[in-house]
Design a protein around this ligand. Structure first.
Ligand code: NAD
Length: 275
């Protein structure tokens, strides 16, 4: 895989970077030369991921945090500023997904999903972007457009946010909201030259995906691997995506190569969705 040092010297906070897609993005960003902050709730993975990224690229930082706790994310943004003196990139990747039908879903499941997928994403963005803006010299801010500044926010939506899904109304609603959040934030932050975009993966084998597959297979009485097979058959390219493929697009969208792209949402889904 070609890396171009496109994120050399940048400081990137990636939520949920201890495993799965977030880990893949962290790895890729480290390869591209970024200091990666692993903003992760799981203490089993947070330190190991940061060690891995520090071996691949510049010094990474392990930061145990629950993105659903607003005060924790504010403290994280302040601590990262103190440690590195800047924040260039935020990837809102941490997410939860649980299967439940409309008739089964409990208020607790609804709250748990939206707390991380939406509330966490909004207030983490607010905390980090406040720090990004604080770094812009006053004279540049007064001029109305901070053309020479750099800020990228990338949000993990899903193709489940592109159209309704059975057995996942809470997840689908949260991921659809990520798309309009992205558009609204992009409009507000354009004056600071902060680009805000989103990506929608479809099937990417990760611990989250495996957990969901097991839930469905147990419920339906299917053999192991059946759920994955059925989902892949519906994808025009007839295969799942990889963490590396998602990370490549993430690196592009968070680099200067994508300076003129904002408010957009990209499907990374083998052709499953067309809008
Ligand atoms: N895997 C897929 O097929 C797929 C498809 C579409 C969208 N997505 C989205 O991509 C993102 C990553 O998915 P994944 O498959 O890698 O999931 P995953 O469950 O394998 O990894 C998610 C990571 O987020 C962390 N996390 C969870 N709650 C947190 C919190 N409150 N604070 C901080 N960290 C927290 C977890 O500990 C974990 O390390 C999610 O937003 C998911 O909805 C995944």
């Amino acid at each position: 895989m070609a890396t171009l040092g496109r994120l050399k010297g940048k400081v990137a906070i990636i939520t949920g970077a201890g495993r799965g897609i977030g880990y893949g993005i962290g790895r890729r960003f480290a390869e591209e030369g970024a200091h990666v902050v692993v903003a992760e709730i799981d203490r089993e993975t947070v330190y190991k991921a940061a060690e891995d990224f520090s071996r691949i690229g510049p010094e990474a930082l392990a930061y145990p945090v629950d993105v659903g706790e607003v005060e924790q994310t504010r403290q994280m943004a302040a601590d990262v500023m103190q440690r590195f003196g800047r924040i260039d990139i935020l990837v809102n990747n941490a997410g939860l997904s649980e299967k439940a039908t409309l008739l089964e879903i409990t208020p607790e499941q609804w709250d748990r999903t939206l707390r991380v997928n939406l509330r966490g994403l909004l207030f983490c963005t607010q905390a980090v972007v406040r720090q990004m803006i604080a770094c812009i010299p006053e004279a540049v801010k007064q001029a109305g457009r901070a053309d020479r500044c750099y800020g990228k926010v990338l949000n993990l939506s899903s193709i489940a946010g592109r159209r309704g899904r059975a057995d996942a109304v809470h997840y689908s609603v949260s991921k659809a909201a990520v798309i309009t959040f992205t558009q609204s934030a992009a409009i507000e932050l354009a004056r600071y030259n902060i680009n805000v975009n989103a990506i929608c993966p479809s099937v990417v084998p990760t611990p989250m995906w495996e957990q969901l597959a097991r839930q469905v297979e147990e419920r339906e009485g299917w053999p192991s691997g059946e759920f994955f097979q059925r989902r892949v058959e519906r994808i025009p390219l007839k295969r799942a995506g990889t963490v590396e493929e998602v990370a490549t697009i993430a690196a592009f969208l968070c680099s200067s190569d994508a300076d003129y792209i904002t408010a957009q949402t990209y499907n990374i889904d083998g052709g499953s969705e067309m809008n």
